[in-house]
Design a protein around this ligand. Sequence first.
Ligand SMILES: [Ca+2]
Ligand SMILES: [Ca+2]
Length: 232
Amino acid sequence: MTSFKPFLLLLALSTCLLSADALRKVPKLAKPSRELENLYEDVLRRELQDVLNEKLLELRGSQSGVWATKLRRFARLFDSDGDGILTKAEAVGQLVQEVQSALDSETADEITDTIAEAWSSVFVIPDSGIDIDSAAILAIGNAVCNNDDRKRKLRIWARSVFSESDSDLSCKLSRAEHGLTFGMNHVTQSALAASFDAADADGSGEITKAEFLGAMIGYFCNKSEDSALFGP
Ligand SMILES: [Ca+2]
Ligand SMILES: [Ca+2]
């Protein structure tokens, strides 16, 4: 019996060691499954991220698509030789010439300043001009719309355009007043009605300053909605 005791002791000890080992092994066994869980979560997260990125890209694409079309439409109005490059001579020079020949000298001078201001201070386009189809036009749009100071300049410019269009000083633009300004900005006669309606938000038949500013800022800075303000 005495020789059996150490055997039992050894058995107990080995059982203890084995179960301790087994216990130590439990977390070791659990670890891969936790890793698998993490991997599963990672895959799900990445898949979700991919779907979200794709949706975001679609959204950005359509937004910048509408926006880019509007900005390019505006620029093309002044590209008189149609070579896809809008030069200062076309946008400022020709417009100033038209204004000077059509209006009295004081009004023409005021409008001339407003036109020059738009080129060099509001949109800040190099004198050499801009390639209308390039991404540079979007860079200009972002520089104007994503910066408070530049956006303020855009509002000030739009207010000047409004004041200069409001020839009877009624603080509202009639169809005739609107037509004169937008016609001078090369919006075609057939597009003037749609242009007026785009600005006359409440459909009252007159454009208030608030409506005009809203339409102008919206035209240049609303990236998701199209506008017929400068033609369809
Ligand atoms: Ca040109
Ligand atoms: Ca109105």
